[in-house]
Design a protein. Structure first.
Length: 209
């Protein structure tokens, strides 16, 4: 069993993270835990992570990794050590900002005719259902799949999304809200304008500022 805990500190509201081997200790001897500094500590690109698991699995993974990617740079290791051994105060502030943007994205996406979106419970992505936009004219063009829709939106609205086909869920897409409040609102407005859609609710994002 593999459990990815990269977003352990980025949960919203009443939602709380729980580690599988902590909840079910009897799984510890066959559970592999993956984590890193890219998300919680905003160290994207430093390429520092870790794996916790049974000794024989760690030995095998170490042998494979050492011949594949060699070593993590000393600078990256020192920076990661400082991050994980330091205060989480900055992470708390970052989480609050992401939670506010999650609420904005959730409200605005659900306000667009043809789109439904569940409320994000953590991380910094929304994952709306876009099937209501497929086969409908958008800027004079039609998309039959979310892969085609993502290309269309990139061309016509200059907004980048990741189609659900990449995750095995066609009809959906991943939208990141790891950007400024104003940019988030502008991007979602562009999607609506290219389809000449109207928001069912307010067209102004709530930034909480």
């Amino acid at each position: 069993m593999v459990t990815d805990e990269i977003y352990e500190h980025l949960t919203f509201g009443e939602h709380r993270f729980h580690s599988m081997p902590v909840l079910v200790p009897e799984l510890a001897d066959r559970c592999v835990v993956l984590n890193g500094v890219a998300k919680t500590y905003a160290m994207t690109g430093w390429r520092v992570g870790w794996m916790i698991g049974p000794p024989e699995v760690i030995v095998a993974a170490t042998n494979l990794q050492s011949h594949s990617t060699s070593n993590v740079s000393n600078v990256s290791q020192r920076a990661a050590l400082a991050a994980v051994s330091g205060s989480l105060d900055a992470v708390v502030e970052m989480r609050a900002v992401f939670e506010r943007r999650a609420a904005t994205a959730h409200k605005m996406l659900n306000g667009i005719d043809g789109i439904t979106c569940i409320e994000p419970e953590g991380a910094f992505y929304a994952y709306p259902n876009l099937t209501g936009l497929l086969g409908r004219p958008i800027a004079g063009r039609k998309a039959e799949t979310t892969t085609e829709l993502s290309e269309l939106l990139l061309d016509e609205a200059k907004v980048a999304i990741v189609p659900g086909e990449a995750f095995g869920t066609p009809g959906y897409a991943r939208l990141s809200f790891a950007l400024g409040d104003d940019d988030l609102g502008e991007g979602l407005q562009r999607i609506a304008r290219r389809r000449r859609l109207t928001f069912r609710g307010s067209t102004r994002p709530s930034t909480g500022r």
